[in-house]
Design a protein around this ligand. Sequence first.
Ligand code: 3HC
Length: 318
Amino acid sequence: MDHQSHSAEQARFEAIIAAEEKIEPRDWMPEKYRRNLVRQISQHAHSEVVGQLPEGNWITRAPTLRRKATLLAKVQDEAGHGLYLYSAAETLGVSREQMVDDLLDGRAKYASIFNYPTLSWADVGAIGWLVDGAAIVNQISLCRTSYGPYARAMVRICKEESFHQRQGYEIMRTLAAGSAAQKAMAQDALNRWWWPTLMMFGPHDAESAHSQQSMQWKIKRQSNDELRQKFVDQTVEQARHIGLEIPDPALRWNEERGHYDFGEIDWDEFQRVLNGNGPCNRQRIGDRRAAHEQGAWVREAMLAHAEKQRRRAAGRAA
Ligand code: 3HC
């Protein structure tokens, strides 16, 4: 593309972004914009699929049929979220095979939060309430992202996430109102999941490698710290409402800021988990690899069937 037409395309791209309209797959886009989206959307998809593993651990051990059916529905939703997001990423020219290979070969990430163990039934409540609650704060913001397929996937995902967060909070409220042992189980789960949940929003803005460019391109509409603060402000009240204690001695309302001040995240732990040394990293990626290998025959059968259908249609057309 010669320089003049490139700058015309760049100007058109920037005008769409400035006008709060959506960049669509057929639109010209800077290669770095495309690569940034492939990175973020594919890792978002990986997180949804790997995120089924911690909760799946409790499907066969749910305390009642109602809890089992609700958890099953939630875990199935997460699989669907992963498929929407892989499809959104594919509109950018990357194949699903490539994305899954990148994950299994360690070139792509998934959310650090899913590298923690689910030790009790209360963890299922804490994940729904806190992890899906944090995901909603992030994903509501992403409904306004500049890439059309991603924004539209978010709208649908957020509707289902709300059910995920409510069912988790209801589990925690039930336990907190139960016996002393049940309340202790809920508090223990909150103690273990609170800080890893705050890490979901990423490093501080000053340390974020992608935020500045992502905000400029309106991929990211609010910063990591802004979304983290929004999550803390809303969740502290929810914990208080059910009589649980946020495990942060530095937490206090700051009237002047109109927000909660809170303690510092253990960024060494964050980096340890990102580097593959969290409590469950090996187990999670091992399970994800085994599922991919055991599902190979399904993919092969579907592709063979599609090829047969294509040949039959071509034969008819000839
Ligand atoms: N876990 C793993 N990696 C993380 C992370 C986390 N919690 N936070 C940041 N990172 C990574 C980033 O991916 C980036 O690494 P990369 O260059 O290899 O991709 C690096 O740390 C620097 O972080 P940045 O803040 O510069 O990166 P981003 O601008 O991409 O911001 C983000 C990070 C806020 C997670 C952003 O990518 C995002 O909003 N992603 C979409 C939402 C998402 O992926 N959520 C994951 C959970 S999904 C979920 O919870 C499903 C629910 O149903 C349970």
